[in-house]
Design a protein around this ligand. Structure first.
Ligand code: SF4
Ligand code: SF4
Ligand code: SF4
Length: 463
């Protein structure tokens, strides 16, 4: 059995006061000093922690909002003096896609490296837009895959990047390798370049170090060169047409390279392959108007090894009046490639809208081989996704003064928590290989299809 993929983690507490969702307001003047005050019964000991917090408080505008919202003390106070309040700063975090709940759960995973557990069941809506309009089918919880989670067997999350053969080929009795280079990653995740709205060049060294620690690859703008050569096996350069030319010995130490799509993209692939045949070349297609058709057209060309289809940070098509979500584009692209008989040859990576570990699994079910993301790693550093974020502006998370142990540790914790969640969800789906999950829509349930099947005959198709 191959060695199991395992990421070393350790808890790394936040540098800033926690921005939690709930706090308790306490009207003390009517308190009758009960012998068994309900505050002592808080199973999370939050009232005692709050007293300590106020004693050492540094920021007067950072009140204690770390209550778990169980309502126990609120309901049982003999004089009804306690009330649960929602933190207005918490509600202002992020945006309509990167919700406060997503940001908070990412902070928690970056701190503890643990799978988030709500503890009181799921309290959100039944369905929603984007990835919330599909569910993973967890009805296959069977022993072999549960054993995979608990260590007696192995659930493989590794994926291969590059162009593969459409069928097995043998030389005598031996199975032949693929014609071109392949890159193997231990999980279906790549660290993407930061989005233009949230770009902090000082984070690039942290992305590289995190990629090296987790065995992944970080995509870096070619302008970021030079840096320590030890990172090169974990870096994929994104080559801008007008960027600096990278020395051949530098490219020889990397395994993957990314080109932006353009009219001369085939010529550029041929030039790279001539000099560095060991590199897997990925083409980045931005999902603007006609982007999905362009992706399908490229994927059918024999020179294309890998495609990176990139939506905006919220997972939508870019600059389109009625944008579609990345999951629908992935399904369309995947099906088109199956129909043309080329799906197994080309590797499909998607980015945009990947905010939670479950989105990684859902994107794979919809047809991606792997996903790329960077915003969750920034959020791991206590980033609040402010609306204006530029170098030199005031950063409430103080990312300009971050140290490597804290930054890399929290990013590594998050990657580890995502890996554990992928293994959990695959175990519950009865899946033992991430490669087999790709495009397996039988492991997903789609709200639109379920609604149509159930109510379509009665009420017609939803407009
Ligand atoms: S239970 Fe309520 S009234 Fe009694 S001591 Fe506690 S806060 Fe005061
Ligand atoms: S609501 Fe629950 S978690 Fe919050 S302070 Fe009261 S008992 Fe503790
Ligand atoms: S917290 Fe800092 S890095 Fe994050 S969005 Fe705000 S300014 Fe940018």
């Amino acid at each position: 059995m191959p060695e199991k993929y395992h990421i070393q983690t350790k808890p790394i507490p936040p540098r800033r006061p926690r921005i939690g969702k709930y706090g308790i307001v306490d009207w003390r003047e009517d308190c009758c000093r009960c012998h068994n005050c309900v505050k002592k019964a808080c199973v999370y000991d939050r009232h005692r922690e709050e007293a300590g917090y106020i004693h050492d408080m540094k920021d007067v505008d950072a009140l204690f909002f770390d209550c778990m919202g169980c309502f126990s003390c609120v309901q049982n106070c003999t004089k009804a003096l306690l009330s649960l309040e929602v933190n207005p700063i918490y509600e202002a975090l992020g945006n309509s896609y990167w919700t406060p709940d997503i940001i908070q759960t990412t902070w928690m995973q970056a701190e503890t490296a643990k799978i988030p557990v709500s503890g009181a069941g799921y309290r959100g809506p039944f369905s929603g837009p984007g990835f919330d309009s599909m569910w993973t089918d967890m009805s296959e919880i069977v022993r072999p895959t549960r054993d995979g989670i608990h260590g007696r067997e192995y659930i493989s999350t590794s994926v291969d990047l590059g162009r593969k053969r459409p069928f097995l080929a043998f030389e005598g009795q031996a199975l032949m390798d693929s014609d071109g280079p392949l890159v193997s990653l231990p999980m279906p995740l790549i660290i993407d370049m930061a989005s233009p709205d949230h770009t902090l060049p000082e984070l690039d060294p942290l992305f590289r170090e995190t990629a090296a620690r987790t065995g992944l690859i970080a995509i870096m703008d070619s302008c970021a060169w030079p840096f320590a050569e030890t990172y090169l096996p974990h870096v994929a350069f994104h080559l801008h047409p007008d960027g600096p030319e990278l020395p051949r010995d530098v490219l020889n130490q990397t395994r993957l390279i990314e080109l932006p799509d353009g009219p001369d993209v085939l010529k550029r692939i041929a030039a790279i392959k001539k000099d560095c045949p060991h590199l897997v070349v990925s083409i980045k297609v931005m999902l603007g108007a006609g982007g999905s058709q362009r992706a399908i057209e490229l994927a059918n060309l024999p020179a294309i090894e890998m495609l990176h289809i990139a939506a905006d940070p919220n997972g939508n098509e870019i600059g389109v009046s009625q944008p579609r979500f990345i999951k629908d584009i992935l399904r369309e692209t995947h099906v088109a490639l199956i129909e043309s008989g080329t799906r197994d040859q080309v590797t499909l990576m998607s980015s945009g809208g990947i905010a939670l570990a479950e989105h990684m699994a859902k994107a794979i079910i919809c047809g991606a081989d792997l996903v790329a993301m960077s915003l969750p790693l920034m959020i791991a550093l206590e980033c609040q996704l402010c609306h204006s974020c530029e170098p030199g502006m005031h950063c409430p998370a103080q990312l300009e003064s971050i140290n490597t142990a804290y930054g890399v540790g929290r990013m590594t914790n998050l990657v580890s928590a995502w890996h554990d969640q992928l293994v959990e969800v695959m175990g519950a789906m009865g899946m033992r290989e991430a490669r087999r999950l790709r495009g397996d829509v039988g492991r997903g349930m789609f709200f639109k299809e379920l609604e149509e099947d159930t109510f379509g005959k009665l009420f017609g198709t939803r407009k």
